[in-house]
Design a protein around this ligand. Structure first.
Ligand code: ADP
Length: 210
């Protein structure tokens, strides 16, 4: 089979906090040779860099609330307009609600593009809470306190999980069991993508890194 016959690799990775989507997203993006665009990382870099954007979003992020859609969607639009995202991208943490789903569809539609797959990482709530607490100890993220974690998970369940219905209706969702070793989960993702004819270049039919 030829590598990725559609030629494009426009992916979303969606999952609750602590699902491992950041880690898996990087591996998928690398395998397909597309940039990983993680809105949370971009916001955090702006906060630590003390930029204007960082000053605007700092309090919102520390409370675990969502940055306004207009600001977030503009940031993503600008990032996806960069040349390295012309043939594809992996978005992590965006879209996160219905408004952002619509913004993304409008932007991509305007370019005559569409998504190729939405990777849904399924992890039970208890497991994600445990992982987040472990991460809080290791990384010291200011939004990894008990109260803020609860807020972020509640927003995920209320606003983000429902966007999967939109993508399910478009037959884009690949539901992946996110419980297992990192390698097992990675393999499940590449197998699911391959089942849609989405095969990473130079992977010999298996997108997992050697
Ligand atoms: P997590 O998924 O663990 O909450 P992220 O790194 O994806 O972490 O996001 C961190 C914070 O950045 C969010 O709590 C929110 O304040 C902000 N953020 C990230 N992506 C978005 C988005 N698409 N829309 C609004 N706010 C966002």
């Amino acid at each position: 089979m030829t590598a990725n016959p559609t030629g494009s690799a426009r992916f979303l990775i969606v999952g609750p906090q602590g699902s491992g989507k950041g880690t898996q997203g990087v591996l998928v993006a690398e395998a397909f040779g597309v940039p990983q665009v993680a809105t949370g990382d971009i916001f955090r870099a702006n906060v630590s860099g003390g930029t204007e954007l960082g000053k605007r979003v700092q309090a919102i992020i520390e409370a675990g609330d969502l940055v306004p859609d207009a600001l977030t969607s503009e940031l993503v639009r600008d990032r996806l307009a960069q040349p390295d995202a012309a043939a594809g991208f992996l978005l992590d943490g965006y879209p996160r609600n219905r408004g952002q789903v619509d913004d993304l569809a409008e932007f991509l539609g305007g370019r005559g593009e569409g998504l190729d797959a939405v990777i849904e990482l399924e992890v039970p709530r208890e497991e994600s809470i445990t992982r987040l607490h472990d991460r809080a100890v290791k990384q010291g993220r200011t939004d990894d306190t008990e109260e803020v974690i609860a807020n972020r998970l509640a927003i995920y369940e209320r606003e983000t999980a429902p966007i999967l219905d939109v993508y399910r209706a478009q037959d884009l969702v690949l539901a992946i069991d996110g419980v297992g070793t990192l390698d097992q989960v990675t393999q499940r993702i590449f197998d699911a993508l391959a089942s849609r004819g989405l095969i990473a270049q130079g992977s010999g039919g298996n997108g997992a890194a050697a």
